[in-house]
Design a protein around this ligand. Sequence first.
Ligand code: C5P
Length: 247
Amino acid sequence: MNVQRQSIIALVPAAGSGTRLMAGVDKAFFELEGKPLLFWTLRALERVPEIDEIIPAVKAERIAQTLDMARLGGLKKIRRIARGGKERQDSVSNALALVPAQAGIVLIHDAARPFAAAAFISRLIAALEPPFDGVIPGIMPRDTIKEVASSDNGQFVLSTPDRSRLVAVQTPQVFRCQAIKAAYELASKEGFYSTDDSALIEAAGGKVRVVPGEPGNIKLTTPEDIVTAKEFFRSAWAGPLGTGTLG
Ligand code: C5P
């Protein structure tokens, strides 16, 4: 008998303004190699065999453009687009509302990380097993991290956490559908906001597994990151558009 597996849906918050990029355009629509950053991120997810559908969340005025981009770029897993919200969490929440309750797994990935390789994403999905509600990629920090606070005289140190107990967290993050839906509902009820989806699972008492992240899976944030990304495209994507080997 052919047992159908539960569907895996990827959500891509892409409705930020990205002012730190100082590019004068919404970050997800900043062009790299002639295509918006969001296109490269969606293409990376499109190439993951386990993913059935991809739902980006973009500002209302970008919805038509995003649908066109997906169609012209041959991104077949994009069938619906969510409206972006005020904060990242609101954008994810709008996209999550489009996910049917019977879906199996929800993966959430920032538009600002175009270099997540397919094998890496498959590895994260495979790591979601009981008793965990979610899997996140973490990188051990090279630097010592200080907890700080602000005062009239600038920042001062509150504490120095033991570095061996810290990880810097990336996306994609992978969740059991029921768990992330419940965590988002609870956060909404309690007015709890975070820049990290797994923090909502933690707040709901769920269990989050950490697996090694990838140093190359950078989040494009500053103008320097754009320089790095252009170099990356030049070296790793040798060949005309669409024939790159990444992912
Ligand atoms: O600003 P930051 O880089 O942390 O944003 C992370 C991701 O969340 C980006 O891909 C951005 O487009 C998205 N975002 C969103 N809606 C917002 C703010 C940010 O979808 N209101």
